[in-house]
Design a protein around this ligand. Structure first.
Ligand code: SF4
Length: 261
């Protein structure tokens, strides 16, 4: 995809501006695929299955083409607007970025989010046998065709809970990092009344936490013997949610383009 193509797609009013900045990147479940520029570009540029394989050379070639086209576009816009970035300024930005990154990495929210993902990962590793037993149990129920039992529905609900928790496992931390980064980097957020990108990112992280809490809660119904372990995970997530809301008190009110309009 070249620069001109990117430009013409960017000007198409059918796409909701910036919708992809405040979504959960779960395109398979997204109701806005036909209004998302990011989705359109990925589908068009990475149509060939080989181009989606990170181990295939075509993937890196396509990625490099996209970067190149974006860079050309950015340079062109800077030229049009008379923006000239000298090397001293770039160095200053680099130093500032480094400081921000260190502060973000050591922030309690990020440490907690990492603790949560580690706890969840450990549980899944140990629960492998649990899932196998559940599968045997549900198959038996299906064979017996017992009244008031719906093993297919139960299997689908468990699968969905696993999908949700796995999808957001690292996503929560990544979005909180972006939110904190934006909060610290207030150069672009000088207008108090203007919606802040950091609040938008924090809102997406909070929604991911909400959904994860709900999914772990369902898991507890299907694996009652695991109540203690699952409760520990839920408490961790609940703390993360509260702390997230404290650090970003305006996040819940942020209106995400498309999703909250
Ligand atoms: S807005 Fe929807 S389609 Fe676009 S990147 Fe996000 S999840 Fe995918």
């Amino acid at each position: 995809m070249d620069k001109e193509k990117l430009k013409s797609l960017g000007n198409d009013l059918k796409y909701i501006p910036s919708i992809y900045n405040y979504c959960d990147r779960w395109c398979e479940r997204c109701p806005f695929t036909n209004r998302c520029l990011n989705y359109e570009i990925s589908e068009e540029h990475f149509a060939d299955p080989e181009s989606r394989d990170i181990n295939n050379e075509l993937f890196w070639q396509k990625l490099s083409e996209t970067f190149q086209a974006t860079l050309e576009l950015v340079n062109e816009m800077m030229e049009e607007q008379g923006i000239d970035i000298d090397s001293d300024y770039i160095e200053e930005i680099k130093n500032e970025e480094k400081k921000i990154r260190e502060t973000v990495d050591n922030h309690q929210l990020i440490i907690s989010a990492k603790e949560y993902s580690d706890m969840a990962k450990s549980w899944f590793e140990l629960a492998e046998e649990l899932f196998l037993d559940k599968e045997i149990d549900l198959n038996k129920k299906a064979e017996l065709d017992l009244p008031n039992e719906n093993p297919n529905k139960e299997a689908a609900a468990i699968l969905d809970a696993v999908d949700v928790t796995m999808w957001y496992l690292h996503f929560i931390r990544v979005k909180l990092m972006r939110a904190l980064h934006g909060k610290l980097e207030d150069r672009f957020e000088i207008l108090d009344d203007f919606p802040k990108d950091s609040d938008g990112s924090a809102k997406v992280a909070l929604i991911a936490i909400d959904r994860s809490i709900s999914a772990w809660g369902k898991m507890m119904n299907y694996f009652p013997d695991q109540e203690d372990e699952l409760l520990r995970i839920l408490v961790k997530l609940e703390q993360l949610r509260r702390n997230g809301e404290e650090v970003f008190p305006n996040a819940r009110a942020f209106v995400r383009p498309g999703f909250d309009e």
